[in-house]
Unconditional design. Structure first.
Length: 117
């Protein structure tokens, strides 16, 4: 079992930046991808970004492609999401996510990001 702990959320004004972190511990050796999802009030959880651990390849949702960057520090088992040019529509709980070989998934508890207009 892997534990995913997010941090870095908070309140920021429109146009501002935040960096989210996700520290992974426990059964990290069989993680295949790590990524971020988000869920706004009254909406379904949606995909934001993903990184493949073996290649470093990334995938970002179209609505964040020019504003967010996903990265991984393998030495610290920590995933990052650098967010810039934030908009009120980015307000959501952001969840760290991992897919493991064997196709099971792990989720963090989430961190709140609020963008004020």
């Amino acid at each position: 079992q892997v534990q995913l702990v997010e941090s870095g959320g908070g309140l920021v004004q429109t146009g501002g930046s935040l960096r989210l972190s996700c520290a992974a511990s426990g059964r990290t050796f069989d993680m295949y991808t790590m990524g971020w999802f988000r869920q706004a009030p009254g909406k379904e959880r949606e995909f934001v970004a993903r990184i493949w651990l073996s290649t470093g390849g990334t995938l970002l949702a179209d609505f964040v492609k020019d504003r967010f960057t996903i990265s991984l520090d393998n030495t610290k088992n920590t995933l990052y999401l650098q967010m810039s040019s934030l908009e009120p529509e980015d307000t959501a709980v952001y969840y760290c996510h991992a897919v493991h070989y064997g196709a099971y998934e792990s989720w963090g508890q989430g961190t709140q990001v609020t963008v004020s207009s």
